[in-house]
Ligand binder design. Structure first.
Ligand code: NAP
Length: 248
């Protein structure tokens, strides 16, 4: 049974692996046996230490995913990979009446456009090599719900859930599994403003059946599952890891 989830000999490219959910996912995949290629704009030193402690190889590639410009170089430098985790993402908060075009474009570019074109570049490579692979998109509760004061974030994550299904429809028969993980409310930099707002923090905690914020390591199980042979017949699914939020 454990062989189903074993990632020994696999290489996973994880974007935004220096902190937060990306770090939790990278370390989880490494503990299941995968070597990690961390791609992002901040040095992933802490993640390197944790991955190497798990006995796996770690490669860092520096790239700013506010545009698609670095994608070709990243795929080239990464070399052979088996798993792509599209995790890097940003959020901008403002009332919809005041929301700026800059806050719209920045979020849509990083969270949606870059994710699509990075997935395209990796899939082209896999298809040229006649092989498949696993793509895991990190979506959100706001792939299902509207949220408040985060219009471009909701648009990007709802769009990414849709693109997850589009890519599934086009690539499943080529042996590429495209699935998503929808984290609930996790304590990271992304949610710092919510955690430090006493009222919002209380409202959020009251609504989570598990009665606590998620921790990055809570995503490891779903990530290992979607990266491993255990999910070979799963395509186009969005797996919530949300302490029960959506059940409420
Ligand atoms: P985080 O701690 O802010 O981490 C975001 C990661 O994305 C960081 O590694 C960040 O790098 C990277 N990133 C952002 N812009 C980038 C760019 N232009 N180029 C390269 N890397 C960039 O937030 P997080 O909560 O771990 O978020 C990870 C993913 O989970 C995001 O897609 C987010 O939308 C999603 N998510 C989070 C939650 C939650 O509750 N926390 C819930 C649902 C979904 P830097 O450190 O250099 O900024």
């Amino acid at each position: 049974m454990s062989g189903l989830f074993d990632l020994t000999g696999k290489r996973a490219l994880v974007t935004g692996a220096n902190t937060g959910l990306g770090q939790g996912i990278a370390v989880g995949l490494a503990r299941a046996g995968a070597d990690i290629v961390a791609v992002g704009r901040s040095a992933p030193d802490e993640t390197r230490g944790l991955v190497e402690q798990a006995g796996r190889r770690f490669t860092a590639i520096s790239a700013d995913f506010s545009t698609t410009e670095p994608i070709g170089r990243v795929v080239e430098e990464a070399g052979a990979i088996d798993i792509l985790v599209n995790n890097a993402g940003i959020i901008r908060r403002a009332d919809s009446l005041d929301f700026t075009e800059d806050d719209w474009d920045a979020v849509m570019d990083t969270n949606l456009k870059v994710v699509f074109f990075l997935s395209q570049a990796v899939a082209k490579r896999w298809m040229a090599e006649g092989r498949g692979g696993k793509i895991i998109n990190i979506v959100s509760m706001l792939s299902f719900q509207g949220g408040l004061r985060v219009p471009s974030y909701t648009a990007s994550k709802s769009g990414l859930a849709g693109i997850t299904r589009t890519l599934c429809n086009e690539w499943a028969a080529k042996g590429i599994n495209v699935n998503g993980i929808a984290p609930g409310y996790f304590a990271t930099n992304n949610t710092a403003a919510l955690q430090s707002d006493e009222t919002r923090n209380r409202q959020i905690l009251e609504r989570i059946p598990a009665a606590r914020w998620g921790r990055p390591e809570d995503l490891a199980g779903a990530a290992v599952f979607l990266a491993s042979a255990a999910s070979d017949y799963m395509h186009g699914a969005i797996v919530p890891v949300d302490g029960g939020w959506l059940a409420r």
